[in-house]
Design a protein around this ligand. Structure first.
Ligand code: GMT
Length: 379
């Protein structure tokens, strides 16, 4: 194995869910392996609070002069990346999202005095939403083709990118990962009391940014069918555009008091550990990092047959897959699982095993590390 220490620049959206988490956790763990990490982002990545040895944060300042209709974030970012390439003698850039980040990296490499390798990771929305927009498709293809290595977080996303963007570039799948030091089963029974949940009630959990694509309404409907058949509570964690309309819709219904809107939470690992079942009913989802968070805490999942979800949930093994919108089917399977202790114990064990064998952080981080060695431009 190569033991050379690398200098790696990472750009992600610092405030955005799964991709921001993956980029930041990757950076922190690479630093622990002795590499030097430079985050080049518009604000401090939200998982980077505290001091980490060998991790530096370079802030991209975007000034909004009145001559511009739009603040030139992309250009300011490229300018900053070029500066950091030269100042810190970077070997590799790892960009999360093809646009704008991969395109900014390509411009930065052109501007810098020093050559660098570029690895780009596709997370989903850039392809599944933006890839169909003809005003951006060419730039996405350019970002992909000019990167040295491109990865996608699931086979589904890799295939979708080939179909939609048709780049002249190979796309390799590197799955998302989870650190079981942070996410693991734990005794959190004290939380039941705090949340007012009775001992005989099962707990169903959903965590998301409440965007339309997450179809949180389907989560609520699935829950309402389950609730008719057994005592249970639904915990909704996170915030976003759909939270308010859903809150309004549940008012006055028979199960209003069984749905707890918990908003954004710092310590989600404890809430996962409290849950008996996780629901993800999305209409678009290239991976579904929340599924890994749930499974690492020993929680079986029910998810839709969409994007990368079936690559994470093994139907009938660690959870169930249902068609998009099939809320009654999801409820039926949920009740079956929550009332059959033997099945539940098997699914729980399988969920933990899936995380351990397929998505553990050590393995996945080594995969990225090997890609960096492939593209690094040493002196
Ligand atoms: O799904 C979102 O709203 C956020 C987005 C992101 O940038 O974090 O998530 C995408 O990347 C995650 C990390 O790879 C994946 O787990 C999500 O499935 C993916 N979201 C979509 O494809 C809609």
């Amino acid at each position: 194995a190569n033991s050379r220490k690398l200098k790696i620049g990472i750009t992600c959206y610092p405030t955005v869910g799964g991709s921001g988490i993956i980029a930041t956790e990757l950076g922190k763990q690479l630093a622990e392996r002795g590499h030097e990490i430079h985050f080049i982002t518009s604000s401090m990545p939200f998982r980077l609070k505290g001091f980490y040895q060998s991790v530096t944060y370079h802030e991209v300042e975007v000034n909004n002069y009145s001559v511009f209709q739009y603040a030139p974030y992309d250009i300011a970012l490229a300018n900053k990346i070029a500066e950091v390439i030269d100042d810190e003698q970077l070997d590799v850039l790892h960009m999360h999202y093809a646009i704008p980040h991969a395109v900014c990296a390509i411009l930065a490499r052109d501007m810098a005095k020093r050559d660098v390798g570029i690895v780009t990771t596709l997370h989903g929305t850039d392809i599944t939403v933006l890839g169909v927009d003809s005003s951006l498709k060419g730039a996405i293809r350019y970002g992909i083709e000019k990167s040295d290595i491109v990865t996608a977080v699931s086979n589904s996303l890799a295939n979708q990118t080939m179909d939609l963007i048709e780049p002249n570039q190979e796309i390799r799948t590197v799955y998302n990962f989870i650190d079981t030091a942070d996410y693991h089963p734990q005794d959190v029974s004290h939380l039941r009391k705090i949340l007012g949940i009775a001992p005989d009630e099962k707990i169903i959990l959903h965590v998301s940014n409440f965007r339309k694509v997450k179809r949180v309404q389907d989560v609520v409907e699935t829950f309402s069918y389950v609730r008719k058949q057994m005592p249970c509570k639904l915990l909704l964690v996170g915030d976003g555009p759909e939270r308010h309309p859903i809150l309004e819709q549940t008012k006055g219904t028979a199960y209003e008091h069984d749905i707890l809107f918990l908003g954004k939470q710092e310590n989600v690992a404890e809430l996962y550990a409290l849950a008996d079942l996780f629901l993800l009913m999305s209409e678009k989802e290239s991976f579904g990092l929340v599924l890994l968070e749930a499974m690492a805490c020993g929680v079986p999942c029910i998810g839709t047959d969409i994007g990368g979800i079936p690559e994470v949930i093994d139907h009938g093994e660690n959870g169930f897959i249902v068609p998009e919108g099939a809320v009654e089917r999801a409820a039926l399977l949920a009740v079956e699982l929550l009332t059959n202790d033997e099945m539940f114990a098997t699914f729980k064990e399988n969920a933990l095993q899936t995380v351990h064998s397929k998505f553990n952080s050590d393995t996945i981080i080594s995969q990225y590390e090997n890609l960096y060695y492939e593209v690094a431009r040493y002196d």
